[in-house]
Design a protein around this ligand. Structure first.
Ligand SMILES: CC(C)(COP(=O)(O)OP(=O)(O)OC[C@H]1O[C@@H](n2cnc3c(N)ncnc32)[C@H](O)[C@@H]1OP(=O)(O)O)[C@@H](O)C(=O)NCCC(=O)NCCS
Length: 169
């Protein structure tokens, strides 16, 4: 899937080094879900990618995990996922992570528009994003995407989260 500036594609094991610059960055890891274990080196990142790649075919679309690369220079700038929110696994959640040095250029918004457009074509009628109340950048992405604020809840991940929802159209 491509957008003006980005390519959204499946992960590859060869992405480990560049993916580490995304998921190994403290500024990113700090905001990931509580079960995320810190990834400190390329081998650890490769193991994570291996698990993501292996589990991919078992996920029910629109669930999935994708790498975001920049078309201009092929650099990997981040990752996106659509996954079922625990514990009930009824609602789909959109998550983003960008390499800190590319924050502030609209890549998360641009990639999310493409993936949510595709997700709605798979038959779902809503997609959620959850963010800790102090995750200002994530909340700003949700708002920029036109997501509606639904409320604050503790039902996901045992933490207080702001919930946003997007519907087609
Ligand atoms: C959440 C995260 C992906 C947001 O990244 P981001 O770069 O701030 O978000 P966007 O890609 O939408 O970029 C928006 C910024 O780019 C600017 N921008 C520039 N060109 C733009 C364009 N063409 N379109 C939209 N925005 C653009 C916007 O004005 C905005 O700038 P600001 O931050 O100075 O207000 C990033 O902070 C991150 O990886 N955080 C850690 C992980 C995380 O918290 N994930 C969410 C929970 S799962």
């Amino acid at each position: 899937m491509s957008t003006d500036r980005l390519l959204i594609r499946e992960w590859e094991l060869g992405d480990a080094e560049e993916a580490l610059q995304v998921y190994g960055a403290d500024e990113v890891a700090h905001w990931l879900t509580p079960e995320w274990r810190p990834v400190n080196d390329t081998d650890a990142m490769r193991s994570v990618l291996h698990a993501w790649i292996e589990s991919g075919p078992n996920l029910m679309p629109p669930a999935g995990r994708w790498a975001i690369t920049r078309r201009e220079d092929g650099q990997l700038v981040g990752g996106l996922s659509v996954k079922l929110l625990p514990p009930f696994e009824e609602d789909f959640e959109l998550t983003w992570a960008l390499r800190p040095d590319v924050w502030g250029q609209g890549y998360a918004t641009e990639a999310s528009r493409a993936i949510t457009g595709w997700a709605f074509k798979q038959g779902i009628e809503e997609i959620f994003a959850v963010a800790r109340p102090d995750n200002e950048r994530a909340i700003a992405v949700a708002r920029r995407l036109g997501m509606e604020w639904v409320g604050e809840t503790e039902k996901y991940y045992d933490m207080t989260l702001q919930v946003f929802r997007l519907r087609p159209g």
